[in-house]
Design a protein around this ligand. Structure first.
Ligand SMILES: Cc1cc2nc3c(=O)[nH]c(=O)nc-3n(C[C@H](O)[C@H](O)[C@H](O)COP(=O)(O)OP(=O)(O)OC[C@H]3O[C@@H](n4cnc5c(N)ncnc54)[C@H](O)[C@@H]3O)c2cc1C
Length: 414
């Protein structure tokens, strides 16, 4: 095992892999240590939607850059991974209509390709979706999706060709910290030394922070989506636009002739990651069709897609996401321990955020600064605030954020 590196990245999900690749592209010697298989944590369970529109100009701009980075990766790795389908946000209440008006205005102000779409055009783009109750919709033609495994492969391939070393099946059990500085990690294969360590541990990230005696306010929450199987009467074109219906808390996209429908409901299963087996494999997670969260998902899906019901041929994908108290990730250096960086807490949007986050992390580590305004995502933004050192309180705050995630109205009312 390599004994030293410039940077150790803990976690081989999209956050760690993108960071490692961007560091290597800038000439840094990086090792990625992963407890299991690369890309097999939350990343391996993701639906892969790449929607750029967010509630603020800054976060939308970051995701617009992310799509450009994905296109650059396609060229560098000589693969096609991004499927540009366009996407819609729909409004069935006056508040949501107002939200769409505000978001279209915001998007246009930063040259994001977005406009209102008349309801008859929504119907012709999505003949399999109920539209008679809609008050407004907006269309973002440059949105799309990808298969997370293909993004993972591209990050690995480009990273490897620029010198990144990958250590799968190599869990970190301890962090080496001396005199307030991180010095490296102890892994199942022995010690590894570097002056910089990045915690990109996804749902496990708070446990990695605990190894340094610090508290990272993230929590691990369950999430599932359904994928219908195409039938003679119900098939979905592969280039059909994705849809976000925040009133019903749903997101959708086409998949192999069927439809993926996921939901950010008011309730979620909470996981305590240290109670899971050491060889826990997220890809082996299953959920019963009669599980209450699945039942709620199917019920909500049926409100928008009346042909979906309990008897519809479908698969259910379930996984674990990392949530934070304010719905924003923790990216950057930790003031308490020199050399320690967090890159975690992506609240269900880590795939779409990872391309730009890799650039931000690499610039922060190498230059101590980034061209992006990262005030909202800085890693140590809670350290002085009481209540963020206590696990039980942190979990409650993260759970509440998840419960209101899609329910909240964005735009000027946000
Ligand atoms: C069902 C579902 C659907 C989703 N859909 C979307 C979507 O459509 N679009 C989107 O943008 N996002 C989506 N997400 C969210 C997205 O998957 C995550 O935000 C993203 O994958 C987070 O990446 P990560 O690298 O932070 O975490 P992970 O992918 O979980 O990677 C963390 C890695 O750290 C490793 N690790 C942990 N502890 C240790 C240790 N001690 N030593 C070594 N390694 C360790 C883990 O094994 C893991 O591989 C979805 C998530 C789920 C669960």
């Amino acid at each position: 095992m390599t004994q030293t590196a410039d940077v150790i990245v803990i976690g081989g999900g999209v956050a760690g892999l993108s960071t490692a690749m961007q560091l290597a592209l800038r000439g840094t010697d990086v090792v990625v240590v992963e407890r299991e298989r690369l890309g097999n944590g939350s990343t391996g369970r993701a639906a892969g939607l790449l929607g750029q529109l967010r509630g603020t100009a800054e976060s939308t701009r970051m995701l617009m850059d992310g799509v450009e980075i994905v296109k650059d990766l396609e060229q560098r790795a000589n693969v096609e991974i991004f499927v540009q389908t366009g996407s819609l946000r729909i409004a069935e209440t006056p508040e949501r209509k107002r939200e769409i008006i505000d978001l279209v205005e915001m998007g246009k102000s930063i040259n994001f390709d977005i406009d209102h779409l008349p309801i008859d055009e929504v119907s012709s783009k999505l003949p399999y979706m109920r539209t008679d109750d809609l008050l407004d919709a907006c269309y973002c033609p440059t949105d799309g999706h990808l298969q997370p495994a293909e993004l993972v492969s591209a990050y690995i391939r480009i990273g490897k060709s620029h010198g990144v070393t990958f250590r799968p099946n190599c869990p970190v059990g301890e962090m080496i910290v001396e005199g307030g500085k991180v010095k490296g990690v102890l892994t199942s294969e022995g010690p590894l030394y570097a002056p910089v360590v990045v915690n990109a541990g996804g749902p496990w990230s708070y446990l990695l922070a605990e190894l340094t005696g610090t508290c990272l306010p993230t929590a691990a929450l369950g999430h599932c989506y359904l994928t219908t199987r195409p039938t003679e009467t119900n098939s979905v074109d592969r280039l059909s636009p994705a849809v976000r219906d925040r009133h019903l808390r749903l997101y959708t996209r086409p998949e192999s002739g069927g439809l993926i429908v996921g939901m950010y409901g008011e309730e979620a299963v909470e996981y305590e990651m240290k109670d899971l087996p050491v060889d826990f494999d997220m890809s082996a997670m299953t959920t019963r069709r009669d599980d209450i969260h699945v039942a709620r998902l199917i019920y909500a899906a049926q409100q928008r897609f009346p042909w979906i019901n309990e008897r519809t041929p479908m698969t259910i994908t379930t996984g674990i996401m990392t949530f934070t108290p304010d719905g924003k990730p923790f990216c950057g250096k930790v003031s308490e321990i020199e050399g320690l960086y967090h890159c975690a807490g992506f609240c269900g949007h880590g795939i779409v955020q990872s391309p730009t986050i890799g650039v931000i992390m690499a610039d922060l580590i190498r230059k101590g600064e980034t061209d992006y305004d990262i005030a909202a995502i800085e890693a140590d933004r809670y350290f002085e605030i009481p209540g963020f050192q206590d696990r039980a309180e942190v979990k409650t705050k993260c759970y509440d954020m998840h419960a209101g995630y899609y329910g909240r109205v964005e735009g000027k009312a946000d």
